[in-house]
Design a protein around this ligand. Sequence first.
Ligand SMILES: C[S@@+](CC[C@H](N)C(=O)[O-])C[C@H]1O[C@@H](n2cnc3c(N)ncnc32)[C@H](O)[C@@H]1O
Length: 269
Amino acid sequence: MTTIGVPTTATKGAAMPATTDQTSTDTHTDTDTGIYQRADVYHDFYHARGKDYRAEADAVRALIAGHAPGATSLLDVACGTGSHLRELAASFGEVVGVDLSAEMLAVAARHAPGVELHRGDMRDFRLDRTFDAVICMFSSIGYVCGRTELDRAVTNLAAHVAPDGVLIIEPWWFPDTFRDGWVGADVVTAGERRISRVSHTVRRGGTSRMDVHYVVAASGAGIEHFTDTHVMSLFDRADYERAFHAAGFRADYLRPDAAGPGLFAGVRR
Ligand SMILES: C[S@@+](CC[C@H](N)C(=O)[O-])C[C@H]1O[C@@H](n2cnc3c(N)ncnc32)[C@H](O)[C@@H]1O
């Protein structure tokens, strides 16, 4: 499994408050190019394209209220640039983010000021405390390679869930919902910049491989082109449910938005 674009070195974002760095050495990283090193472009692109983090946060808040009423603490793993954290911060006394990418965390520190952030790998980070809600959104779980790593990641996320808490995971596509050969294309305007993103995704055995080309243009800076490749596991719904079960949880699968891959919400058995 390869994620091109996640940094290999344990550098910290300079603007990050209250951070720790606990990355493992066996990451999926094999390049220093790609969108997770261009966190500013990631952030501007998805916001300008209309990814509705507020509506997603509302859906997550409702799921938490249903599964862990009275929740006061939340951990977002693979939090990226902090867009869900920013929306959810006012609803919980304690909100914390973890991500593998120092660049994504540096943008999160600016976008969700005051939120505690840690650099770590979802498979083995340790915060030595639990949260009423742990979330892992935008299919980030798909970056783990194979069922053993899925179990490891879900078990580690579950270990950070308080006894009556809830674990919410947005999966990547299942093999039967994945669309082989999918082409995505968007051009957005974000402040001074125009960003074009074109992707092509194919099935490769039990994984999907998405090649993405970005063209970023700004009047003062000219035109920049870069590419990245995301290899993600196509786990079955049953694989996720088994991973929750192995961690001592039972999970409901919900698909509130038919255009998306759905959400798992798990509580202890
Ligand atoms: C699609 S982005 C989602 C970011 C954010 N949750 C959002 O909704 O915008 C995937 C994120 O997963 C992070 N990531 C990839 N592999 C990871 C791992 N093994 N542990 C922690 N974070 C990881 C990347 O750095 C990136 O920020």
